[in-house]
Design a protein around this ligand. Sequence first.
Ligand code: BMA
Length: 359
Amino acid sequence: MGSCKSLQRTRSTDTMTSFKRNISSEAQELHNKLRAMTEKGYAFGHQDATVYGIGWKNDGSLFKSDIHEITGQHPAVHGFDIGHLELEWMHNLDTVSFDLMRSQIKKVHEQGGIVTISWHASNPINGKDSWNRRGKPVRHVLSNGRLHHTYRAWLANVATFFNSIRDDENNPIPIIFRPFHEMNKPWFWWGKGKCSEAEYKELWRELVMLLTNEFKADHLLFAYSPDFFETKEEYLQYYPGDDVVDILGMDLYQHWTSNSFSKNLGNELEIVTQLGKEKEKLYALTESGHNKVRVPDWWTNVIDRQLAGSGISWALFWRNARTNHHFVSYPGQESATDLHALSKRAHVLFLEDISAALH
Ligand code: BMA
């Protein structure tokens, strides 16, 4: 690694939307930074890290995170979600205001951190949430579909938001966008059973084309994130093409025992490592966690046991919403001491590790 290979810009040769994707220098720099970072270890990420935690909510005056409370360090990768931006709401589906999100992203970026954004988009058929499975929305939002016009306006809003996130020099802050995740499972309107593989791929390709080339948000990298898979074929079932995916993601939660989770995680890592080599792409654990982190040594004995030396770029753990829905430790919680121990390991990268060393 360490090569300066530029991002894939080849055209797709099949019947799918074919275009030459625009990629700004900011996006290219973010990619280079991710590569350099990955040489040192993997970055620790947390969803909504600085906007709220257990027992606190950011009113805009803070730069605080549950991770920092425990380890003295902020996460290196910060996840946010733009669900409901498409409806032109002032705050997302989890009541995070988009103005706060913008200002926190700026702070993260100023400190050398990395930002990744997911999109729990509403069902375009009825405006209800992502889990609403009414109709076959995907085919209707594609170009020529009856909802394409509405959906295009959604993407214009998304691009406007991304383009509004700027540093003090007015340069757009590069972001890893992770739309339409967990498509190989049946829970979202864009998921398995709600569209064909070809429709999903077209959905993705049109999104990239519209956001980057049409609406000029070309400072984005794109992460593809299936949920649990057992084989390479399963992983690639909805893969929309090397020219429109920059990071091979995977979402995997521990629902049952640490043993079965470790086994699945290990198998998935082998698959994406191989694919990462073949495709010369970065790979990451884009969503993970064990609700309530009920295993006291989960961080060192389950997570790091699998992730150390795996070659992944980052692992992002889901949000700390409340005491019965949180995916990292908080002060006094039973896994907090172990998270602190994890943070001492040199190959686990936090905010200062990636800003100081890589600037
Ligand atoms: C899910 C849950 C929901 C939340 C959604 C988007 O996994 O945490 O409560 O609304 O993610 O953040």
